[in-house]
Ligand binder design. Sequence first.
Ligand code: SF4
Length: 280
Amino acid sequence: MKQVSFTQLMTYVRCPEHFLFRYVLGMKRPPKKIMKHGFALHETFAYHFDQKKQDSKGLKPSEAKEFFAEVFQSALEDYETEMEQGKSLLTKEYLAKEKETDVAELLVLGLKGIDVYFRQLNPKIRPDLVEEAFTFPGGKGIEVIGRIDLTDKHNVIHELKTTRHTPPKQDVQTDPQVSIYQMAFENIKKRPPAGISKDYLVLSKREPKIVQFAVSRPRFDKKTMLRNIAAIMEAVRHNVFYCLHPAESWICSKEWCPYYKAHQELKKLGLQKFIEKHSR
Ligand code: SF4
């Protein structure tokens, strides 16, 4: 059976070209400080809820902050090594933007964010599944694998996101990520979840805050999702990788996309020659 991870599927949904670079050609994604920061926060909350599941208390805010600072520090050490290895892929604009990112400011924002989370959201969540591995049949000989961050004792799935800006009110119902979580939950618990909540920790400079978007169930049912998964796998098999962002989009900018140079080279060489060159 062919396995595909939840992360791979979501990468294809967001940018098929990114999927080509990362998963087909194995070009390592260069790091971003902000992603190391998000990773450290994610690890902190995962550790806290894992402890809370066992002793119903978890970490104290001061312990969580200490843990976060340590993980962030060690992630930044990895960042330096990864940056050194991936430098040749990057534009000078990307490197300049990374240089501008202030690590001390990120640290302070993370610490403030932990305070807000522990004050506002933590008391309401009694954890059930924490970083639970899942697998479910994705149809046509495909197995989907991944992890659910967190579910609570009321059978609500929580997906924690960190962001710098207040997210627009999204239609969580149409988010494919939410549909996959629902299928994963059903596979583990043999029943549908009571709800799905996207919990945003908004780390704005003025005052970090929590923004939640919740739904009882996603709009796309299992059949539609299985069809979509099969379509993605079929597209990958036939080398369908395209840029779906509008021209001049900030997503495809020199400052933001770590694959911008590869993107330009692909445009110049064409898909076939590009794949031949980078498969060697
Ligand atoms: S340049 Fe645009 S299309 Fe290419 S990998 Fe980056 S985001 Fe995707």
